[in-house]
Design a binder for this molecule. Structure first.
Ligand code: BMA
Length: 339
């Protein structure tokens, strides 16, 4: 039994491996990583930065698939164990409210979140520039696009898995048109998934080297007895380019623009060959996490080097203890985020 409670479903079948004795950090990698290798299906060169969710006792995933023409699109996949995947051969066939085909020109970095009886996909889309795209499905057969929540430029849209104070809540990272060399995490609310407002600043890029350039939401926040546990990405700039690491923080349960604790050390940083070497070197990019409320186990899916999908594990006790022990939240992080 964990000390900190995950407020969520019992999912005894999520992927899991115990912590290796020689692992120093709070998060450890799956020994068989990467779980998705290059050329995973015809016409697709690489799958990475992808989202997974439990579905009917098994798992379903929305995958960022870099096609052989270099354009990213979203593909659906199915798995019995969350590790071995079978994919639909065609892109997810998005439609508009009338049921007519409505495909994005490109789509990348999906998140997949269930709120009540609906699954929402959020991704980075072309809306006269990089912006957030959204769609909903109840059955993973019909995918209806809903209005883009924000003006360009924006990326890293992450929904909370339930309404808070009666509203949907969405994290995002306002950005620019390129490989944005700045960026903080903000939060917005909506009563209906169409009109977004009550914008709040959640947290800034950190003073610590590993997250000093920009940060962005990662896996959907995990509800716990200590607050919302969130794994996010933090980026630094080096003379050889950006380095993406995974960080962790805990947001206030009722006012999630308030950061309660934020680890000043990363929880995972590129170290393995599949993270350090690839289409874009030195990238660890979390997009989803599965949890088991009974055991406190957490399985995190992350993109590695824009080339592969990796999996890492922790427990809610380890992650929360680490974040609290290494807390570096600033006064601004701890504020409501409106100035
Ligand atoms: C970001 C996004 C991610 C990517 C990362 C590293 O701007 O495009 O999809 O993993 O850069 O290339």
């Amino acid at each position: 039994m964990s000390k900190v409670k995950i407020i969520g479903e019992s999912l005894p079948n999520i992927p899991w491996q115990d912590k290796p004795k020689d692992c120093a950090g709070p998060v450890w990698r799956y020994s068989e990583n990467p779980i998705i290798k290059r050329n995973p299906l015809p016409g697709v060169a690489r799958i990475f930065n992808s989202a997974v969710i439990p579905y009917k006792g098994e798992f379903i995933g929305v995958f960022r698939a870099e096609q052989i023409d270099g354009v990213p699109h979203l593909y659906l996949g199915y798995s019995k164990d969350g590790i071995n995947w079978e994919y639909e051969p065609e892109k997810i066939p998005f439609v508009n409210e009338k049921g007519e085909p409505f495909m994005p020109r490109y789509a990348y970095d999906p998140r997949l979140i269930k709120i009540e009886d609906t699954y929402y996909i959020i991704w980075c889309t072309d809306f006269y520039g990089a912006a957030l795209g959204m769609a909903k499905t109840k059955d993973f057969k019909k995918f209806v696009r809903i209005d883009n929540p924000f003006l360009p430029f924006n990326r890293n849209g992450v929904l909370f898995p339930r309404k808070i104070n009666g509203n949907f809540v969405l994290l995002s990272r306002p950005s620019d048109s390129g490989h944005t060399p700045f960026g903080d995490i903000f939060l917005s609310e909506s009563p209906d998934m169409t009109f977004w407002g009550k914008h709040r600043h959640v947290m800034s890029r950190g003073s610590e080297w590993w997250q000093s350039l920009k940060i962005g939401g990662g896996a959907a926040p995990i509800e716990t007895s200590e607050g919302w546990l969130m794994f996010y990405h933090g980026v630094t700039g080096t003379c050889n380019g950006y380095v993406y690491s995974m960080g962790a923080c805990i947001l206030d349960i009722d006012n999630p623009s308030i950061v309660k604790y934020r680890a000043n050390s990363f929880v995972l940083t590129p170290e393995e060959w599949y993270e350090e070497r690839g289409f874009v070197a030195n990238v660890v990019f979390p997009c989803a996490a599965l949890t088991d409320a009974d055991t406190g186990r957490i399985a995190i899916y992350y993109g590695a080097a824009d080339s592969y999908v990796g999996m890492a594990f922790t427990t809610v006790d380890e992650a929360v203890a680490f974040v609290k022990e290494h807390d570096g939240a600033t006064e601004d992080d701890k504020s409501i985020g409106i100035i």
